[in-house]
Structure formats: C-alpha cells, structure tokens
Design a protein around this ligand. Structure first.
Ligand SMILES: [Zn+2]
Ligand SMILES: [Zn+2]
Length: 346
C-alpha cells in the first residue's frame, strides 16, 4: 500500500509503497477514508522525547471502511461498515479496558501511529483493535467521523475537570484541541468561554466555534485577569491549558482565582517551571488530562448523529499523497490552518 513514512527528525515524510498491515485475530483492517494531521505528529517528527522510530507511519485521527475482520472474531462489524477507532491496540480484557479506558491497559497497550508496531492512518490501510472500534452511523459524514478523535480530547478534558453548567471558563490556545474544548464548553452550558490566542486566524476560528470573548494571547497575565473580570463580572472557575508550551502553566497560576482549577490538556514534552507558592496561596487544583475513554468517542459520535455538535468548520483542507509531505512541512510553522485531512484513497 501507499503510505507516508517518517525517516528522521527534520526530514520530510517519504511517500512510498510499504507492506499492507496484517490483521490479527482480534483485529480488523480499515481502508482509510480520511486521516487528520495532528500537532503531535508534527511535533514528534522534529525529534525530542516523542521522536518515533524510523519507518513509523503517523496518523491517529482516522476514519474508514472495514475491509477485513480477524478470523473467528465474534462481532457485529461487517465488511463495508464505516468505522473509527481509538488509536490504541489494547488487550480488551483488563480492568482498564473493561472500564472503557484502553489508554491505561495494563498489558502492553500499543498506540497507533507512534511506532512501526502499529502503523497509523497516513496510509491506505490501518490495523485497528476490535474493543476500540466504533461504527459510524448513517448521517455522520467522513469529515465529522475524522474529527471525532480531536473532539474527544476536548470532551475528555472537560469531563475530568470540575466543570459545571454555569461556570466561567478560560481557554488558553485555540488550536484544534482548544477549539474542541470551546465547543464542548458551549455544549455543556458554560456562562463565559473566554479564549486567549495569538494567531489572528485562530482567533476567528475560536469565535466561530463558540468563544464568547477572544483576548490576544500576548496579553500579560495580570491584564488578562483584569479584562476577564471586567468583561464577565467574575473570574474563571476553570482554566483549560490547550497550548502545550512551556511557561503557560505559570501564566495560568498567575491568572487563576482562589480555589479555581487548571486543566492541562495541551501536550508539552519540554521541561517547564512554575512557582508553586502561587498555587498554594490560592489553593489551586491542577489537573492533567490524557486522551479519551471509549465513551468520549461514542458520545461525540452520538451528538454528531443528532446534529447537536457541528465541528465542520475546523477542517481547512483535504489533501492527497501528492502534496502530503510539503503540507506537513508547512504546518510545522504556519498556524493559520486548523485540521488538514489526508485522503489516502482518493
Ligand atoms: Zn492528535
Ligand atoms: Zn487491557
């Protein structure tokens, strides 16, 4: 099959023919309809602590059609079913898996698109595990199906937080994860959804996705807290850190009001420092969130099916293999795009 392969940090992805994935007993093969390019892939490809092995095929935000089902597998999935999958291959039987939380599988869980063990969706076909897979109902488009993964990240962040309807929220960063978080905050009835963002394009996106106020991301903490107070009549109950870059947690500690919560969703793999004293004197809670549970996927799909969430505007472009490598390089520096979808079979 055709796939875009990671070679080395700083090198463009190489589009080449590779072996088709082999379907394990408890697995299925998906013919990839679309796969989103994620900031994590861009970041990992530059090396550092997330650097993947040479030969890795990225892609953990994919949708497609079932083309093969593992031998003797008892399942209601049929060949031709549209489906998505959490990007993990887990055991499906341990406590965490039974609880729908395969990220915490206790037996050698493998992440899709992070190593050659389980290749990702920048390819014509991808191998998925049965316990992590979910059918896409009629009426949910491929575009929406492919956005389930990033939306589920935002949903999970809101679900693990102390958020309650009527709360005031502040979202730092309006990349795809910030935009997903904004949509769920609106869905669940936040009183104010104030967003701090640097990029002009993303500021516009934040407004489209439901921000009630957008503040320039370069605004110093004290000034930002003052604007928040003036515009909303209160201070944020929860700050969602969706930028994933060093110094932002310190900024959150500076902005946060006493007893409030900071939820860290943005993925930062660099050392960072903050002043604990700031958190102590305000009795702050810092909560970290990782990925999603299976129900975060299912709930997102259900809400899409019912037309209650509409993330279509997050997609800025569809591309094929011909422009994949160059687009991938461009996305490393340009922040004016949101989700770019790869269509490997078109
Ligand atoms: Zn991602
Ligand atoms: Zn497990």
């Amino acid at each position: 099959m055709k796939a875009a392969v990671f070679k080395a940090p700083g090198k463009p992805l190489s589009v080449e023919n590779v072996n088709d994935p082999k379907c394990g007993e408890n697995e299925m093969i998906l013919k990839v309809e679309q796969c989103g390019i994620c900031g994590t892939d861009l970041h990992a490809s530059d090396g550092g602590s997330m650097e993947p092995e040479t030969g890795t095929i990225f892609g953990h935000e994919f949708s497609g059609e079932i083309v093969e089902i593992g031998k003797n597998l008892k399942t209601s999935f049929k060949i031709g079913d549209p489906a998505v999958s959490l990007p993990f291959i887990s055991c499906g039987t341990c406590q965490a898996c039974m609880n729908g939380n395969p990220f915490f599988c206790s037996t050698n869980m493998q992440s899709t698109g992070m190593s050659p063990e389980v290749q990702g969706g920048y390819a014509e076909y991808v191998r998925i595990g049965l316990p992590e897979s979910i059918k896409i109902p009629n009426g949910v488009s491929w575009d929406f199906a492919t956005l389930v993964e990033p939306l589920a990240v935002g949903l999970h962040g809101v679900r693990v937080s102390k958020f309650k309807q009527g709360h005031r929220a502040l979202v730092i960063g309006a990349g795809p994860i910030g935009l997903a978080t904004i949509q769920w905050l609106r869905f669940f009835g936040a009183r104010h959804i104030v967003v701090a963002e640097i990029s002009e394009e993303r500021k516009v996106m934040a407004e489209k996705m439901g921000a009630t106020l957008v503040i320039d991301g370069k605004t110093p903490s004290e000034e930002l807290a003052n604007i928040y107070q003036k515009e909303t009549g209160g201070s944020p109950d929860i700050i969602f850190e969706c930028a994933g870059i060093p110094t932002v947690i310190q900024n959150c500690l500076e902005i946060a009001a006493p007893f409030s919560e900071i939820v860290v969703i943005g993925v930062c793999d660099k050392p960072d420092t903050f002043m604990p004293f700031l958190g102590i004197i305000k009795e702050l809670t810092i909560k970290f969130a990782i990925a999603y549970m299976k129900d975060d996927f299912q709930f997102t799909i259900d809400m899409m099916e019912q037309g209650r969430i509409n993330p279509g505007q997050m997609i800025s472009q569809h591309i094929g293999f011909d422009s994949l490598a160059t687009t991938f390089e461009t996305l490393k520096t340009s922040k004016d795009q949101c989700k770019v979808m790869i269509c490997p079979n078109h």
